[in-house]
Design a protein around this ligand. Structure first.
Ligand code: GLC
Length: 565
């Protein structure tokens, strides 16, 4: 039985289940990595005009909001996460006027816009940093950053042993002898958040974008802004809240201020935090009612494709978010991590930054099957969901980028040990048989990263009319999700189908079964399939398959076991 296309018609929801909820609590947010989305002017780099031309595609996909990775002027030392002007658009991508047009055109299609704000650091070409460099040691202009004298006999050693997240020391020395802090690349000097200019400048930047109609901001490196003024060394095993530059308590005051600003708009703006913290309880502290609205759930993203850890990750996210009344988010991929199809096709399906394991044996057919199952699982969970561009096409990681074409500072600063993140940032294939696969109107455009030659079957054009394609799975899944067959905001209750199966009911009549084990799982009696990530075998759900079901006939409550604690 082919269930990969939508099947059953949804029964009408009982009126009491139709609840008005703030849009962001169950939004599907599509991440646009603009450099690689679509190039309209033929220079080989994606641009705003390319996004505007493809808004109907995004509307048909069924997303509620677009999150734009940085589109501001930038020397691109970290692909735009090094911003030199927060109130403008990089000419490579277009103009501010075009951005405003895009925001309103998207809104007419029912799609909101979220912009990326990078408050931890600026580009070394930002006016403040240029001013600081031009000013002498000890001057006021340097106080907006972390300038310090070195250690060692002649100040030749860095002020402390902090390491950059991209490798090497987190300090760089200037010709005048002072050192400055950069938790990322040297081209990304860290701001000093105890300086009042830094606080007011960011409130002003937020207002600038909120006033242009953006619905919210994604806050980059949101747990890193505040540093220990003593610059103490990193303890081997820090207590929560005592790390010298991660998750410090003072951060919460900053976000309370931002929340006040966001709430002052008639349609309150939304704050989404990029908070990489292993501890779910610590993460939830950012989501208290007067702080951020949501934060990325990286635990789920990093989780191996194994039933125990997956179930535990879902349980822990739901349990830690409930007390602060924040929705969980479900994220499988973004511009920083290995593409899902590739990761799930490896022997070790977990994700860790340090070990991207490029070159390990990868079964892309298996990875694709699992990525389909994971997508339907994520779409069925209560909360909001993020889709990184190209995931809906099932793009694999591009692993054969020649060393001289790689651009990621992770690759450069690790001396080529870490392959870096370029492989998940390759321009999208839209149509045709050969690169640039419709990404650019100029067939000879020098793409900023080359596409693999064999991506023709992955293009939007190739997938559009194939009912079994990843694109159609996303379209069908997102359409049904939008109709909320569970009833808006319905909680999840676990069903017991054995240890290898993640199964739950929502709202009394919706069931989701993800089978990660080798034993097929019989469909429960009295149910009808809404959609499945792969074909059923007889009446059973085979391995690495997720199905959505509705109960038919006169329903009693599902035979749910209470959520395990
Ligand atoms: C975030 C971004 C990443 C960037 C880093 C520094 O983690 O997602 O792409 O390199 O911050 O801004």
């Amino acid at each position: 039985m082919d269930v990969t296309q939508a099947a059953a018609t949804l029964p009408e929801l009982a009126p009491e289940l139709v609840v008005e909820r703030p849009w962001w609590r169950d939004a599907v947010v599509y991440q646009v990595y603009i450099r690689s989305f679509a190039d309209a002017n033929g220079d080989g780099t994606g641009d705003i005009a390319g996004v505007r031309a493809h808004l109907p595609y995004l509307a048909a996909l069924g997303v509620d909001a677009l999150w734009f990775s940085p589109w501001y002027p930038s020397p691109l030392a970290d692909s735009g996460y090094d911003i030199s002007d927060y109130r403008s658009i990089d000419p490579k991508f277009g103009t501010l006027w075009e951005a405003e047009q895009l925001i309103s055109e998207a809104r007419e299609l029912g799609i909101r816009t979220i912009v990326d704000i990078v408050p931890n650091h600026v580009s070394n070409e930002h006016a403040w940093f240029r001013e600081a460099l031009a000013a002498p040691a000890g001057s006021a202009a340097r106080e907006r950053f972390w300038f310090r004298a070195g250690t060692g006999e002649n100040g030749e050693l860095p002020p402390n042993g902090w390491q950059s997240i991209f490798g090497g020391s987190a300090w760089t020395r200037l010709p005048d002898g002072e050192w400055y802090l950069h938790l990322f690349a040297p081209e990304q000097p860290d701001l000093n958040w105890s300086h009042p200019d830094v606080v007011t400048e960011h409130e002003d930047i937020l207002r600038f974008w909120f006033d242009r109609g953006v619905a919210g901001v994604r806050i980059d490196s949101a747990a890193l802004l505040v540093k220990d003024p003593e610059l103490s060394e990193e303890p081997a095993d820090p207590n929560p809240g005592e790390h010298p530059f991660t998750d410090r308590d003072e951060l919460h005051d900053i976000y309370r201020g931002w929340r006040g600003l966001a709430d002052s708009y008639d349609e309150p703006r939304v704050l989404v935090g990029e908070v990489w913290l292993p501890d779910a309880e610590r993460l939830a502290r950012y989501l208290r009612p007067d702080e951020l609205h949501t934060a990325f759930n990286f635990d789920f993203l990093a989780c191996p494709w194994e039933p125990g850890p997956m179930r535990a990750s879902i349980e822990s996210a739901l349990a830690s978010h409930a007390p602060v009344n924040a929705p969980a988010t479900w994220v499988l991929a973004n511009h920083d991590v290995t593409r899902t199809v590739t990761r799930y096709g490896r022997a070790d399906t977990s994700f860790a930054f340090e070990t991207k394991r490029e070159g390990t044996p990868t079964d892309l057919v298996l990875g694709n099957r699992r990525a389909r199952a994971a997508a339907l699982l994520a779409m069925a969970l209560p909360g909001s969901m993020y889709v990184y561009q190209g995931e809906e096409l099932g793009l694999p990681e591009a692993e054969n980028i020649p060393p001289e074409r790689r651009q990621d500072p992770m690759w450069l600063r690790s001396g080529g040990v870490d392959p870096g993140r370029d492989g998940c940032r390759v321009p999208l294939p839209w149509s045709g048989q050969l690169p640039p696969f419709g990404f650019s109107p100029n067939g000879n455009a020098p793409l900023w990263l080359d596409q693999p030659d064999d991506w023709a079957p992955l293009s939007v054009e190739a997938q559009t009319d194939d009912p079994a394609s990843m694109l159609n799975l996303y379209r069908v899944g997102l359409r049904i999700r939008r109709e909320a067959p569970w009833g808006a905001g319905a909680e999840l209750s676990w069903l017991n189908h054995g240890d290898d199966v993640i199964a739950f009911a929502r709202g009394g009549r919706f069931l989701c079964i993800a089978n990660l084990g080798s034993q097929p799982v019989e469909l429960p009696a009295g149910t009808e399939v809404l959609v499945g990530s792969a074909e059923l075998v007889g009446n059973a759900v085979p391995q690495d398959t997720t199905v959505w079901l509705v109960r038919t006939g006169s329903e009693g409550p599902p035979e749910a076991t209470p959520a395990e604690q």
